[in-house]
Design a binder for this molecule. Structure first.
Ligand code: SF4
Length: 61
């Protein structure tokens, strides 16, 4: 699984960075992905974060 964030959509709300800090971190006003290749043990958490993102800015593929 790969994950990225659409910088045009992210509002920097901090939900994903709170939920999965090993993958997401708050950068300059928006969240950034720390590791684009998601470790297997974090795939469920990242999928949940994508569902929970209020801006639908988290892209998983
Ligand atoms: S949950 Fe969505 S809008 Fe909020 S910081 Fe993460 S990517 Fe940005």
């Amino acid at each position: 699984m790969k994950v990225s964030i659409d910088a045009d959509l992210c509002t920097g709300c901090g939900t994903c960075t709170d939920d999965v800090p090993d993958v997401f971190e708050l950068g300059d006003e928006i969240a950034e992905v720390k590791q684009h290749d998601v470790p297997a043990d974090l795939e469920d958490a990242v999928s949940q974060a994508a569902e929970d993102c209020p801006a639908e800015a988290i892209i998983v593929e």
